[in-house]
Write a protein that binds this ligand. Structure first.
Ligand SMILES: Nc1ncnc2c1ncn2[C@@H]1O[C@H](COP(=O)(O)OP(=O)(O)OP(=O)(O)O)[C@@H](O)[C@H]1O
Ligand SMILES: [Mg+2]
Length: 337
C-alpha cells in the first residue's frame, strides 16, 4: 500500500517558487492499477517520483507498506528502492549496451553473481517476449520493444510496485495496447501494484481499477474507474471521460435534422446496457422513435453506453416513455449537450 499524506512540493528555480503539489492525500491499495491523469504541468510526475525518492516532498509523508520512506537510513533506502521499479516515456535505456546488458544493470548494482544474472535476465526476456533480441542494441528496436526492455529492467529486481510515467505516450495505438496488456498481465500474474501517470483517459479505461484526476497540483476527483466514468463531477474529469465515451452527437447528424428540441440523450450502465430497453419502448408504440447515434464501451467489466434518440408524439406520451426508460435504469436527459 502506498499512502500519500498532506503532500506539498515546491520547486525553487531562479528564485521562483513553483507549487507543484498542494496538499495531496491519496491511498493506493496493494494490487491496484491506479491511474493518475491530468493535463501537462498538473503535477503527475512530481507525485509519482516521490514514491521512489527521485523527488522529496517539501512537507507531508509517503508511506510504502507502512514504512515512512523519507525517514530511512542509507541501508533501508537501498532495500526500499529494490521494492520499486519504474518505466518512462522515453524508455531511458543505455544505447551502448545490449538488451540483455540493459536488463542486467539493476542486478549488477546489487552485486549478484554472473551466472545468477544470466539466468534471471534470460527468464525475464522470455517473459516480455524479447529473447530473440537479447544481443540487439536499443537503436535496433521499435518503440514497443524498447518499452519491453524498460519493463524487463524494472521487473528484474522483483519489485512489488511498478511506477509508470507516461509509459505508452510515445507509442502508436496498437503498440500501446500491447504494452497495456503486458502491464495488466504483470499485475495479475506477479501481484505487482501499478501506479501509472497518463494524460490519456483511454489508458485509464483499458487497465486501471482506480483513478485520481489532478489539476494545478491538486487532486480534484478520485474514485473507482467505473464510478468516475459513470458519474464524473468536475469539468476536467468530464472532458477526460468524454474523450473515451464520446457522448456527443456528430455534427453531420445534427445538421441533417429539421428539429432538435425533441432529442433525448440516454445513458446506460451495466444491466440496462445489456437489455433491449429501446426496442421494448419502440414496441410499446407510445411515441415514434428515431435512433440518431449510439456508442457502447466496456469499462472495468461493465458496459457503459449512450444513445441519442428523437421522440415524436404528444407530450404526455413522451413523458410516459421517459418514465418507462427511467424505471428500466436508464438515465435520460432532454437536449444534445
Ligand atoms: N525540477 C523542476 N524544477 C522546477 N519546476 C519543476 C520541476 N519539475 C517540475 N516542475 C514544475 O512543476 C509543475 C508540475 O510538473 P510535473 O512535471 O509534475 O507535471 P506533469 O503533470 O508530470 O506534466 P507533463 O504531463 O507535462 O509531464 C510544472 O509547473 C513544472 O514546470
Ligand atoms: Mg510528467
Amino acid at each position: 500500500m502506498i499512502l500519500f499524506k498532506n503532500i506539498n512540493k515546491t520547486y525553487i528555480k531562479n528564485q521562483q517558487h513553483v507549487h507543484a503539489l498542494n496538499d495531496i492525500n491519496l491511498t493506493v491499495d496493494t494490487g491496484d492499477i491506479f491511474g493518475l491523469i491530468g493535463w501537462s504541468g498538473a503535477g503527475k510526475s512530481s507525485l509519482i517520483r516521490l514514491v521512489n525518492q527521485l523527488e522529496k516532498p517539501s512537507s507531508g509523508s509517503i508511506q510504502v507498506d507502512g514504512v515512512n520512506v523519507n525517514s530511512l537510513d542509507r541501508a533501508a533506502q537501498r532495500q526500499h528502492k529494490k521494492k520499486i521499479g519504474m518505466i518512462f516515456q522515453h524508455f531511458n535505456l543505455l544505447e551502448s549496451k545490449t538488451v540483455a546488458q540493459n536488463v542486467a544493470i539493476p542486478l549488477i548494482l546489487q552485486g549478484i553473481n554472473r551466472a545468477e544474472i544470466q539466468k534471471r535476465v534470460e527468464a525475464m526476456l522470455s517473459y516480455v517476449d524479447l529473447s530473440a533480441k537479447k544481443d540487439s542494441y536499443p537503436g535496433q528496436l521499435s518503440g514497443g520493444q524498447k518499452q519491453r526492455v524498460g519493463i524487463a529492467r524494472a521487473l528484474i529486481t522483483e519489485p512489488t510496485i511498478l511506477l509508470c510515467d507516461e509509459a505508452t505516450s510515445a507509442l502508436d495505438p496498437q503498440t500501446t495496447l500491447s504494452i497495456l496488456k503486458l502491464l495488466k498481465q504483470i499485475n495479475d500474474e506477479r501481484k505487482i501494484t501499478i501506479l501509472l501517470v497518463t494524460h490519456e483517459m483511454e489508458v485509464i479505461a483499458s487497465i486501471c481499477n482506480k483513478v485520481a484526476v489532478m489539476e494545478k497540483g491538486q487532486i480534484i476527483e478520485q474514485g473507482s474507474v467505473l464510478d468516475i466514468f459513470s458519474a464524473p463531477q468536475q469539468d476536467t474529469t468530464k472532458k477526460f471521460v468524454n474523450t473515451v465515451l464520446s457522448p456527443q452527437i456528430p455534427e453531420a447528424v445534427l445538421a441533417s435534422l429539421p428539429r432538435q428540441d425533441n432529442i433525448y440523450r440516454l445513458e446506460f450502465l451495466g444491466d440496462s446496457a445489456r437489455k433491449p430497453v429501446v426496442n421494448e419502448l419502440i414496441l410499446k408504440q407510445l411515441v415514434e422513435i428515431n435512433i440518431l447515434f449510439g456508442n457502447m464501451r466496456e469499462i472495468s467489466g461493465v458496459v457503459l453506453g449512450s444513445m441519442f434518440i428523437q421522440m415524436n408524439g404528444p407530450e404526455d406520451q413522451i413523458q410516459t416513455a421517459v418514465k418507462f426508460l427511467q424505471e428500466k435504469g436508464v438515465h435520460i436527459e432532454r437536449g444534445v449537450a
